[in-house]
Design a protein around this ligand. Structure first.
Ligand SMILES: C[S@@+](CC[C@H](N)C(=O)[O-])C[C@H]1O[C@@H](n2cnc3c(N)ncnc32)[C@H](O)[C@@H]1O
Length: 351
């Protein structure tokens, strides 16, 4: 593998990531349903649960999310080579990209001095353009392209001047990282932007990553176990991760406003709206084709616990597990730990 400690898709700040809960969730799934041959991870985000189920021996995993940035990182990790020749080739490509001369471009014009330092934007401009050119010239395969893009997005997230989401940036790119107990700048923001390898995932099963809007009615595969982890509050993921999404799509659209957002029409999720959440949830349940269905949801979410239990009870017999879970954040820039309860519903299909 190329130099630098490899990163996994979970090595990033992601709201609602099940990185810390994935072991408990997988335990519950395997206890109740055994190791699934076929597993569907709807709303996969970082892919924490998919990768945990892969490590537990699940054979065929379908992971679905509507953000291209999430899909690229997970696809890249799942396609990473493990053979010496493949690793050496990717190592050489990362070395070449890390050695490119910085240059001005779309990223510098768009984000310098806000989400990233200007020197890092210039490094990113050189590398992002080169990754696209490698693919356009046929010098890398589609899988290698996703791997390089995954490395790029994880590296960008590491030097971003945010508190884990991009609906705002921290104001002070050139001060100490904490002033008077307030977090004003990410300590890593001035580290140079450097691509690090994306680690290969456990071998054995096959992970298929699908970029799709689950509210738009795609047919779901027949599987043994479905796990759904929809957004549960009003904060749209396309707002929270618009910068990474824009870097992944690379269509270089016009950006607007202080937070430099692109037009996200088509990416807004009904699961993050009070009007749409119940209907969207019911519509997805209707399409689930599995014996076991697991749903994660926050106790402070838009849909009350009883509403979810009622919808699931039409589908099968329901039990609910509770997990106390520490989260950060109580106002912009203040990192305070508090506990919420994460609910894991399990419904077993009748008949
Ligand atoms: C709570 S997060 C899932 C976190 C994930 N389980 C993990 O461990 O990283 C919800 C995810 O749903 C995705 N999402 C939101 N609306 C969606 C939709 N309509 N169709 C597909 N994915 C959607 C978001 O992009 C986000 O990644």
């Amino acid at each position: 593998m190329p130099s630098g400690t490899p990163l996994t898709p979970c090595n990033r700040k992601y709201l609602g990531s099940k990185r810390l809960l994935r072991g408990r969730i997988a335990d519950r799934i395997v206890e109740a349903a055994g190791v699934p041959g076929a597993f569907l991870d709807g709303f996969c985000g970082t892919g924490a649960v998919s990768l945990e189920m892969l490590a537990r021996g699940a054979e065929r995993i379908t992971a679905v999310d509507n953000l291209r940035s999430n899909c690229a990182i997970l696809r890249g990790a799942c396609g990473a080579p493990t053979d010496p020749a493949g690793c050496a080739r990717l190592s050489g490509l990362l070395e070449m990209l890390n050695g490119l001369a910085p240059r001005d471009g779309y990223i510098t014009e768009s984000y310098a001095g806000t989400y990233f330092t200007s020197p890092n934007c210039r490094r990113m401009d050189a590398m992002r353009e080169a990754i696209e050119r490698l693919r356009a010239d046929g010098a890398v395969s589609a899988v290698e392209h996703e791997w390089l893009l995954g490395c790029f997005l994880l590296a960008a997230d590491r030097v971003a001047n945010t508190l884990g989401q991009y609906d705002a940036f921290l104001k002070h790119l050139d001060t100490a990282s904490t002033v008077g107990g307030r977090h004003v700048r990410d300590g890593r923001v001035t580290d140079p932007f450097v691509l690090r390898p994306l680690a290969a995932v456990p071998r054995g099963g096959v992970v298929t990553v699908v970029e799709a809007d689950l509210a738009a009615g795609p047919e779901l595969p027949v599987v043994d176990v479905v796990y759904l982890d929809p957004p549960y509050n009003g904060r749209q993921y396309c707002d929270n991760y618009h910068v990474l999404e824009n870097l992944a799509r690379w269509t270089r659209p016009e950006l607007r406003g202080r937070t430099r957002k692109f037009d996200r029409t088509g990416l807004r999720s009904p699961f993050s709206t009070r009007r749409g959440a119940a209907g969207a949830f019911a519509a997805v349940l209707h399409r689930v084709r599995a014996r076991h269905l697991f749903v994660s949801y926050g106790s402070e979410g838009i849909l009350p616990r009883e509403a979810i239990a009622n919808m699931l009870s039409e589908w099968g017999a329901v039990i609910v597990h509770e997990e106390a879970y520490p989260v950060f954040g109580n106002g912009a820039g203040v990192s305070q730990r508090r506990e919420v309860t994460e609910l894991l519903f399990h419904a077993t299909r009748r008949g």
